[in-house]
Write a protein that binds this ligand. Structure first.
Ligand code: EPZ
Length: 420
């Protein structure tokens, strides 16, 4: 298994180009199941989760080509409606093919999803929504089987603004005859990007003044030619890596408006943040990092996916700071590893109480999820000496060329495969 070997203690300096968004690319690729027409999706990052999604599309019967960030999806044969466990277990978002498959074939068989071990992560909100469309749900041999004689439009109030449920239900409704209204939906930029992609396929979707998603189902959707938005979580991670190492970094090709709350908190923490239409520059105002408390929340609140990298920064604050995780119930797995690197963190239920230390110390640590892994890399970049971050296959799920991008910013970070 690959690991990173990091010789930390260097300030990150320079320019980094931000990749396309993983969490927008995944559902947009799945939306290609809604049509037999050719679809071209550009700026798709080369990541493990993207490769898994491409394998799922191929398994279902699509012809998929991935070249230099451009994914071309064409019809090959009649689509299958079942996905194999081997693929689904690698990525929780695999369950999102249920909506498009249901819409087209009134049936889908999906193994219970896997993915990062950051909580129970049920799919009950998706299921309750499908039921309102007239879908019957059953469990057969570890698979969720969703079936309908006829799909009908519905008014659905989500019990929580789940990103995945919003996407799954919206994709399904785009081919259900009649008007579907989704309330209490996720408003993450990735959801808006999926709406844009669906509209380019001919879907009739609007967000009304109350923030509801209104979908007038079409009989058929066409192909798409869509360019994915910048990855706001990758953006935030590099911003936080630059801040923690007290560096000076310009991030290009990003969308600063998608990271507003993070940038505000960084200003409060004492950093200089300059924004342009599609770039952010972050640098230090003083050596001291002010403590800032955060609570994760659905967009436009503080992103749960940036909670772990933020925690690495706050471990170095002058004082004490609280980090509360209100989206996932088990998303502090990075904390014990940060403590092994010298951090002072006490976990009390969903809140991490952090007392800042001068710096991290080098250590051998293990990533146990994607964003937690990124937090350990940030700590390794700060610690003077040699650190190792093991199990970086988690990091490879969501960060394109991380070691190359960090090396270009002056970090000493190398990928090492002990078996090679
Ligand atoms: C998406 O996951 C993202 N994944 C996650 O990013 C992100 O952390 C999350 O949204 C929240 O922003 C992708 O886009 C591929 P949710 P998703 O449904 O859709 C509970 C990353 O690091 N819930 O909004 O799975 C759930 O357990 C990943 O890139 C239910 O209870 O998130 C969680 O506590 C990790 N029942 C909360 O809602 C349901 O049916 C938010 O989940 C669905 C969700």
């Amino acid at each position: 298994m690959d690991k990173f070997i990091i010789k930390g203690g260097r300030k990150l300096k320079g320019v980094v180009e931000i990749s396309g968004s993983k969490n927008a690319s995944l559902p947009i690729l799945m939306a290609t199941l809604l049509t037999d027409e050719p679809c071209v999706v550009s700026r798709v990052p080369d990541l493990r989760d993207i490769r898994t999604t491409i394998e799922i599309l191929k398994e279902l019967g699509k012809n998929v080509n991935y070249n230099n960030g451009v994914v071309t999806v064409r019809a090959k044969r009649k689509l299958k409606t079942a996905v194999s466990h081997d693929l689904v277990k690698q990525m929780r978002a695999s369950f999102w093919v249920a909506g498009p498959l249901l819409a087209r074939f009134k049936k889908a068989v999906i193994p219970l999803p896997g993915g990062c071990a950051i909580g129970v992560r049920p799919v009950d909100i998706h299921i309750k929504g499908f039921e309102k469309f007239g879908v019957k749900i059953s469990m057969e041999k570890g698979n969720i089987v969703v079936k309908a004689k006829n799909l009908k439009p519905a008014k659905i109030i989500l019990s929580f603004p789940s990103v995945g449920a919003t996407l799954n239900l919206m994709m399904c409704a785009s081919l259900i005859n009649g008007t579907t209204v989704l309330e209490n939906v996720a408003r993450e930029p990735e959801v808006e990007d999926v709406i844009k992609a669906l509209r380019s396929m001919g879907a009739d979707i609007i967000i009304d003044e109350k923030g509801r998603i209104i979908i007038k189902g079409r009989a058929k959707l066409g192909g798409m030619n869509h360019t994915v938005i910048a990855d706001r979580i990758e953006t935030g991670t590099y911003i936080l890596a630059a801040a923690a190492t007290r560096g000076d970094v310009l991030l290009n090709n990003c969308a600063p408006e998608h990271n507003e709350i993070l940038l505000d908190y960084l200003r409060d923490a004492g950093f200089n943040v300059e924004i342009d239409e599609s770039s952010v520059r972050i640098c230090c105002r003083s050596k001291k990092i002010n403590p800032v408390n955060i609570k994760t929340a659905p967009f436009p609140g503080f992103a749960t996916d940036l909670q772990a990298p933020w925690m690495s920064l706050m471990c170095l604050c002058a004082g004490s700071a609280d980090v509360s995780e209100d989206i996932f119930e088990n998303r502090f797995m990075h904390a014990p590893e940060l403590i092994r690197m010298g951090a002072n963190i006490v976990i009390d239920r969903n809140t991490a109480q952090i007392i800042g230390v001068k710096n991290f110390g080098p250590a051998v640590v293990m990533a146990s999820d994607l964003r937690g892994g990124a937090a350990l890399v940030i700590a390794g970049l700060c610690a003077k000496g040699k650190s190792e971050v093991e199990r970086i296959y988690h990091i490879d799920r969501g960060y394109e060329n991380m070691e190359k991008k960090l090396s270009a910013l002056g970090a000493s970070i190398k990928r090492f495969n002990p078996a090679a």
